[in-house]
Design a protein. Sequence first.
Length: 180
Amino acid sequence: MSDAPRSEPSFDAQPVSPAPAAAPAASVPDAAAELAELKLRHAEMSDAYLRAKAEVENTRRRAEEEISKARKFAVESFAESMLPVKDSLEAALAIENATPEQLREGSHATLRQLSQALERHKVLEVAPTAGSKFDPHQHQAISVVPSEHEANTVVAVLQKGYLIVDRVLRPALVTVSAPK
């Protein structure tokens, strides 16, 4: 054991404050009123959320129905424009003693009807002229032949191609000039 004096920690005396007293009686009704108000707001928000969710679901369902109808009846307008062409062909076949001139004239009229119907629906011909540049996006080269034209130019069109707006429906079949 040591005879050295021991040092004890010093504590600063600080006054102890009493525990907070219970909330005054007046604040209990305020808390109850605030709780009731929050419950009401929660109910309103829940109702608004459910209504918004139902509206979004109804909009999605309507959009799906519209898309389904659009796909189902997409060709309706095009088919309607083809009916006069069919009628003309049937009328031509109904004539038993048609002269070659009548058949030729009827064929030209029917071809005009068909061309107009295709144009109305944005189906455009791709018929490059001889000497035009070969475009692999719109033309399909069937053969390459020696020619006086510059290399990779169209020499002859074997079959017209068609576009729907800017999309190739069928490329034009062409003969292309060979490199010299």
